[in-house]
Design a protein around this ligand. Structure first.
Ligand code: ADP
Length: 270
């Protein structure tokens, strides 16, 4: 490809053309590097549950005449398969977002409906952990975008808030219009994230505490997906957190105004 470019450079001395080609190549290289990294990480991450399932199956064969042990190992295998399924689902979702880089179809989205749907799983887990979940703020706000991607983003934030919080705490979702942006803040009183880790939690497969994340069924991809969904909607996601006090994640998406054009995507920086 380098040689082809050189020929084009020589044949066509139109500088603007050459600059555009050079930028295309830098972008192509960047995307190629992301893809390579992603593939290495994915194979590594998939090996963990697959290895566990295989080991459990082997152990189960050895314990075939002990029904309690068989039940125990079967349960563990089921857990690992669920984890594997969640991982595969998120990998597909993230690679779709990375490749597309923009929304396939855009329509006017009702934020109340997004939050209501996004809270379905968190409601169940919160009730089981005696966490009070409250949804509030401005109602009737709309953005341009993709309903199911926005549900995924808010669901990831809410599921995390509940997963990384102890019993008898509060998790809240607040919605408001701030200038031209719809702000969705997910607030918890959980374990929090140190300043050093805050810059890293949006990286793919990054977990502050891998063992804990594994216990909660985490894949390390949730926040990376949130970041991409925000960027594809022309918005962003910000974090405030203090270890031991809790975290607030704020997702901001440009509000839909009647007659205005949908915004273009922003750069998620990977
Ligand atoms: P995971 O699937 O592991 O939750 P995420 O990408 O959603 O992956 O989050 C990355 C890491 O950030 C988590 O493993 C966890 O360590 C940390 N994290 C995310 N949300 C919170 C939160 N609300 N409170 C504390 N830690 C969090």
């Amino acid at each position: 490809r380098g040689r082809v470019m050189l020929q084009v450079r020589v044949a066509n001395l139109d500088t603007e053309h050459v600059v555009v080609l050079a930028e295309d190549r830098t972008e192509a290289r960047r995307i190629e590097a992301i893809r390579r990294d992603f593939t290495v990480n994915v194979s590594h991450e998939l090996k963990t549950p697959i290895g566990a399932i295989s080991l459990l199956a082997e152990t189960m064969q050895d314990a075939a005449d002990d029904p309690d042990a068989v039940r125990h190992f079967a349960g563990r295998m089921q857990q690992e398969s669920t984890r594997l399924a969640a991982l595969v689902h998120e990998i597909i979702e993230l690679s779709r977002l990375q490749v597309a880089g923009a929304l396939p179809e855009v329509s006017v989205i009702d934020i109340d409906a997004v939050i209501d749907e996004a809270a379905d799983r968190a409601r169940v887990v919160a009730a089981a952990k005696e966490i009070t979940l409250s949804l509030g703020g401005d109602s009737g706000l709309t953005v341009y975008g993709d309903h199911s991607l926005l549900v995924t983003a808010v669901r990831n934030l809410l599921d995390n808030a509940v997963a990384y919080s102890g019993p008898n705490t509060r998790v809240g979702v607040g919605v408001k219009l701030a200038g031209d942006l719809v702000e969705i803040a997910v607030v918890d009183q959980g374990i929090g994230i140190s300043a050093a880790e805050q810059s890293r939690v949006f990286e793919r497969f990054y977990r502050v505490d891998p063992a804990r994340s594994r216990d909660t069924g985490g894949t390390g991809l949730g926040l990376s997906i949130v970041k991409h969904v925000a960027a594809d909607h022309g918005g962003d996601v910000k974090i405030w957190s203090e270890p031991g006090r809790g975290s607030t994640f704020t997702l901001r998406i440009p509000a839909a105004h009647p007659g205005s054009a949908p915004p273009g995507p922003t750069d998620p920086h990977d």
